[in-house]
Design a protein around this ligand. Sequence first.
Ligand SMILES: Cc1cc2nc3c(=O)[nH]c(=O)nc-3n(C[C@H](O)[C@H](O)[C@H](O)COP(=O)(O)OP(=O)(O)OC[C@H]3O[C@@H](n4cnc5c(N)ncnc54)[C@H](O)[C@@H]3O)c2cc1C
Length: 387
Amino acid sequence: MTPTQDDLYPDIRAALRDLCAGFDSAYWQKIEEQNAFPEAFVNALTGAGWLSALIPEEYGGPGLPLLAASVIMEEINRNGGNSGACHGQMYIMGCLLRHGSPEQKQRYLPGIASGELRMQSMAVTEPTTGTDTTKLKTVAERRGDKYVVNGQKVWISRVQHSDLMLLLARTTPLAEVKRKSEGLSVFIVDLRDAIGRGLSVRPIRNMVNHETNELFFDNLEIPAENLIGEEGKGLKYILDGLNAERILIAAECIGDGYWFTERAARYATERRVFDRPIGQNQGIQFPISRAYVNIEAASLMRVKAAELFDAGKPCGGQANMAKLLAADASWEAANACLQTHGGFGFAAEYDIERKFRETRLYQVAPISTNLILSFVSEHILGMPRSF
Ligand SMILES: Cc1cc2nc3c(=O)[nH]c(=O)nc-3n(C[C@H](O)[C@H](O)[C@H](O)COP(=O)(O)OP(=O)(O)OC[C@H]3O[C@@H](n4cnc5c(N)ncnc54)[C@H](O)[C@@H]3O)c2cc1C
């Protein structure tokens, strides 16, 4: 039986499979060894127009539904790739699309659609405040026709491979706002002007081959025209984009999950120990099968969430639940796959240890599992607010 949702966008699936076939295991291993950015892969995706999936036709994209975009992300990971290198280019522009002025959209979106402009960084997280976003300390102070930014961010991905970055900073002190979610604003930072002129970037070595950085703002000047929407409403604008992000990340996890279970089932069938395939033992079969069941279920929730999103209906609950179910299922599948491969699972040439590390990240970023459970507790089950 093929996965339940394989009949969704079969043409997109086939095209992505073909594209990914040009970036085989040897390619990803070389990139990992060199700690490099998968430039050729991202260029191929961009050239074929996949990363502009969500940009409307009037700005040069195909204006596909989010469900179709989720299939693109799923197929990248299902075919051995890592969407983490490029998923930002697909969804970060959503904030500009929904809340930017007509001039801003005209100025940036066609370039993002063609890939000439890379907008794949979003700077929210800070070292001292973490998940408690409303307490973030980076400030943007209006001075004439500029904002002057001071502060620090951490874990900001793909900055060295972006032209534009979204920045969330406080424009009204926390003590002066009625609600803590007010007084934060979103800006477009042109990294080509900013780096070395008020913005410094320090890469963070980390568990996966993922370009992520500490950022230091020291009187960085941003033209006032780079403010998105109204001053003080930035957190709402960022939150508006999170459902799309959750659904796309869920799809990546689902792609990983299918990759792990397909690999594990194949190896369990081929590998002979004690004169029989190891997959003949139910102790080997069941963890792989259970992970598969959970991936299928997560995929259904992803489809439900995406359909609601595409219909313009509230989907926060489904988007968050899809992300949690998918991240758990892919991690379960990763463990089953590694265990099935025994010692060989640890050998880089099998790709399993790489994908294992990559899929582990989804339990923490872009949102940690606990924060999703907190959302469900408070907003779906109506339990008391905990923070
Ligand atoms: C590789 C990588 C790339 C990233 N890329 C980006 C990026 O591009 N842009 C960006 O802005 N951020 C990025 N992040 C940051 C990421 O979103 C955060 O790491 C994540 O949201 C968790 O925040 P934190 O690390 O500050 O953890 P903390 O807030 O310090 O929390 C630590 C742990 O405690 C738990 N916790 C905290 N408070 C509670 C509570 N009240 N109840 C229960 N549990 C709680 C959290 O769930 C977490 O597990 C990235 C992170 C990584 C690792």
